[in-house]
Design a protein around this ligand. Structure first.
Ligand SMILES: Cc1cc2nc3c(=O)[nH]c(=O)nc-3n(C[C@H](O)[C@H](O)[C@H](O)COP(=O)(O)OP(=O)(O)OC[C@H]3O[C@@H](n4cnc5c(N)ncnc54)[C@H](O)[C@@H]3O)c2cc1C
Ligand code: FES
Length: 280
């Protein structure tokens, strides 16, 4: 449910900080740290998204990328890909944008307590998983979860988002494994696709939940490998990016069968998706 009284009315937010996440020419990703001009904080949970608008240009949905436990700002990580995102990438610190939300469902974080967590991300797919990662690694929550493993894939070493945080995540007990598609001279991490590399990782499937986010082809193959290894499909989760307009279940732009991704998603269990028409 939206924080604003009327979910169609956006609130003015100031860009506090811009972080350039990637440096490869093919993938231009920046993180925008935002706070509302009227001082209110945005209450959200991992998995949710906002509608982000630039007046005169347009509005786009973006997932939260920051911790839900941070109250004085929130972050959105944006890839430059077209009309609206090109304009957003020209904005500077101190500029204003307009935000509606939060919208959508959340990762059911309490359901996973007592379990091991595996995060598999491809490129910018790490952004919507980061709120859950930061939530689970926070001192107040870390003991509620078991082992936390990550397999983070990117095309090149310059394309790993949030690389400045990985040491902190490791210090909090997470195993952060990085891979790139092809060898590079100075690269010390893994090389290869996540669906192959995951087969070398060890899991206790009786208490594992996995969260996959990235290109559909990556999700399909990683899901296949995990299933082969013994992972039940009802313990696999992903988040969908359908074309959206209203964000509140009214316009009908984001439906898959009878489900609206903006309200019934964007977080789905793979077992649930297996029952739905393959329109995503
Ligand atoms: C729930 C959700 C969360 C998302 N989270 C992120 C995120 O964290 N970071 C990020 O960079 N992107 C995210 N996206 C995708 C982002 O909304 C699109 O990249 C953006 O709308 C493209 O707008 P554009 O005008 O710059 O590009 P356009 O020139 O309009 O189009 C470029 C590409 O984006 C797709 N697209 C256009 N409009 C939408 C739309 N309204 N919804 C989905 N796809 C669209 C088009 O199919 C096309 O492939 C998310 C989408 C959804 C639905
Ligand atoms: S975006 Fe309008 S119904 Fe989902």
């Amino acid at each position: 449910m939206s924080n604003t009284e009327n979910p169609y009315v956006p609130l003015k937010a100031r860009i506090q900080k811009i972080i350039q996440e990637t440096s490869s020419p093919d993938l231009d990703v920046k993180t925008y740290r935002l706070s509302f001009e009227d001082g209110r904080s945005l209450e959200f949970m991992p998995g949710q998204f906002v509608e982000f608008s630039v007046p005169g240009i347009g509005e786009c949905p973006f997932g939260f990328a920051s911790s839900p436990l941070t109250k004085d700002y929130f972050e959105i990580t944006i890839k430059r890909t077209g009309k609206v995102t090109d304009k957003i990438h020209t904005l500077k610190e101190g500029d204003f944008v307009w935000i509606r939300g939060p919208f959508g469902n959340t990762f059911p974080v309490e359901k996973f307590e007592g379990s091991d967590l595996l995060f598999v991300a491809g490129g910018l797919g790490l952004a919507p998983l980061r709120p859950f990662i930061l939530y689970a690694l926070d001192d107040t929550n870390r003991k509620k979860y078991g082992k936390i493993d990550m397999l983070l894939a990117a095309r090149t070493s310059s394309d790993h988002c949030f690389a400045y945080e990985y040491d902190e995540w490791r210090a909090k007990g997470a195993s952060v494994n990085l891979t790139i598609d092809n060898p590079e001279p100075a690269w010390k991490g893994l090389v290869g696709f996540p669906h192959n590399l995951i087969k070398d990782m060890e899991f206790d499937f009786s208490k594992l939940y996995a969260f996959l986010c990235g290109p559909p082809i990556m999700i399909k193959f990683v899901q296949g490998s995990l299933k082969e290894m013994g992972m039940p499909i009802d313990r696999l989760y992903t988040t969908l990016e359908m074309r959206m307009t209203c964000g509140v279940g009214k316009c009908g732009k984001c439906n898959i069968g009878r489900q609206y991704v903006c309200v019934d998603g964007p977080v789905f269990c793979m077992a649930e998706l297996a029952e739905m028409p393959t329109e995503y």
